[in-house]
Design a protein around this ligand. Sequence first.
Ligand code: ADP
Ligand code: NA
Length: 322
Amino acid sequence: MQPTSDSLHLGNYLGALTQWVALQESYDALYCVVDLHALTVSPDPAVLRDRTRRTAAQYLAAGVDPARSILFVQSHVPEHAELAWILSCHTGFGEAGRMTQFKDKSGRYGAEGTTVGLFTYPVLMAADILLYDTALVPVGEDQRQHLELTRDLAQRLNARFGAGTAIVPEAHIVRATAKIYDLQEPTAKMSKSSANPNGIIELLDDPKVVAKRIRSAVTDAEREIRFDPEAKPGIANLLTIYSALTNRDVPTLEAEYAGRGYGDLKKDLAEVVVDFLRPFQERANAYLADPAALDDVLADGAERAQDLAGATLERIYDRTGL
Ligand code: ADP
Ligand code: NA
């Protein structure tokens, strides 16, 4: 994830972080805070540095375990930028221009904000993946096209420089991943760029504020608590969050709330979310209060990442004639 906000939100947690934590059980995993990517939004230097640490602290608070996985900051491993250059020399200009995320972002950023870095963003992402001879990439739908580009680049290198130059990665899509919607506009996904702050649950927000946001979530004019994302997106979203945080399935929750009011559901859910947030925030704040310990974790992760990245880059340099 890019370190582009002070706090991650509940959608990031339920849609990505919990999945990453679970993947540690069965895979050798690498998790990275992509600060080089964040330069595409021209952040203030002090803010970027702070958000990089905050993002790493939240990965750790969520359960990314540096004893089992490699947790690091992208810019600490310069091989990312080096491989990105090589890959950019194998990416068609038109090919990069067809990336829908680039078209979307450049439309929003305008001529001034649309840098060459924004254009080559997916090439850097391909480097992030190919540097580790990665087999599987846990990605959401929104990153599908970028992963396809990564696969095309790997195949291109192999065709040009010989089999085994790059490992062609596969998408690892977990169907069960919850998609969380905005509390105020429950047909739009919860996002850091949401217009209304009351629609978001930030992981580092004051629990009292969070409880209030849940109690004032937009629902509908009926009274029935039932999971119907089409007709009742607000209630469906609250049930999704409830289910994901308690590991109780939605039908069980529907039965429990049969005949009860929306107010009851919101009040109970607010408690569930606050009970999750308090220990999460304690863990995150412990890391943020001890910068030296956090730096040690990240330095160790960078060293382990660089061992792998250095070997891959050497192979690719060698094959490409560098
Ligand atoms: P944002 O939309 O807030 O900018 P990102 O695009 O940085 O979030 O997403 C980071 C990760 O969190 C991705 O893996 C993405 O799929 C996941 N994610 C983001 N928003 C949600 C959401 N509302 N529900 C589920 N997963 C989400
Ligand atoms: Na996004």
